[in-house]
Design a protein around this ligand. Structure first.
Ligand SMILES: Cc1cc2nc3c(=O)[nH]c(=O)nc-3n(C[C@H](O)[C@H](O)[C@H](O)COP(=O)(O)O)c2cc1C
Length: 199
């Protein structure tokens, strides 16, 4: 079976998706396939349901995508300081993987995009790590030695990115240079750790 890192994200406005794509480039720079998958919006019983295959964009993740990955990088917009419900809904259907220990000892990292600097990026990253810890995954962060995390830059910048995970402040259209560099670094780091753990 081929080795891949699953980049699992939800995005309604495209910012978190940009991060997922940058992280995927970092993963592939380490010589492992990045499999990008999203999750459907949640709809109430009274609303129309979505097709199994989305009309556009990335495929929806299956539980098999998660069960067989070598590592996971998971991202969501910040929603009231926490992950968005569609991603949580996907995770809430993974009890069987928890019971079988399918994700135990696999590396995992998180990322988020929020509209403001103090809008809860860190609480979102930390709370996204909780279910992954329950699954027995090994949490990977971003060291301060990474370009864009240097202490002088952290003191002055109005950008996302922390030791807890990659971040993007979405008042602007695109990832800044530092944010992009931290997404890339996180993807590469997770992929390199996955390689070391599997060989
Ligand atoms: C219901 C809701 C809650 C949100 N909560 C926060 C928040 O707590 N802090 C914040 O800075 N931005 C918040 N936002 C803004 C989004 O985090 C931000 O626009 C994000 O970049 C969207 O990502 P996307 O383009 O990938 O969907 C919220 C947006 C929505 C719709």
């Amino acid at each position: 079976m081929s080795e891949y890192v699953l980049v699992l994200f939800y995005s309604s406005g495209g910012h978190t998706q940009q991060m997922a794509e940058s992280i995927a480039k970092g993963i592939e720079s380490a010589g492992i396939e990045a499999r990008i998958r999203t999750v459907p919006r949640i709809s109430a019983q009274t609303e129309k349901t979505q097709h199994e295959i989305p009309d556009e964009g990335y495929l929806f993740a299956s539980k098999d995508d998660l069960a067989h990955c070598s590592a996971l990088v998971m991202g969501s917009p910040t929603r009231f300081g926490n992950m968005a419900a569609p991603l949580k809904y996907f995770l809430d259907q993974t009890s069987d993987l928890w019971l079988s220990g399918a994700l135990v000892n696999k590396p995992a990292a998180v990322f988020t995009s929020s509209s403001t600097l103090h809008g809860g990026q860190e609480s979102t990253c930390l709370s996204m790590q909780l279910p992954l810890l329950h699954h027995g995954m090994i949490i990977v962060g971003i060291p301060f030695t990474a370009t864009g995390m240097h202490i002088n830059e952290q003191f002055t910048k109005y950008e996302g990115g922390s030791p807890y995970g990659a971040g993007m402040i979405s008042h602007k259209e695109n990832l800044s240079k530092n944010e992009d560099s931290l997404c890339h670094a996180l993807g590469k780091r997770v992929a390199l750790i996955a390689k070391k753990l599997t060989c």
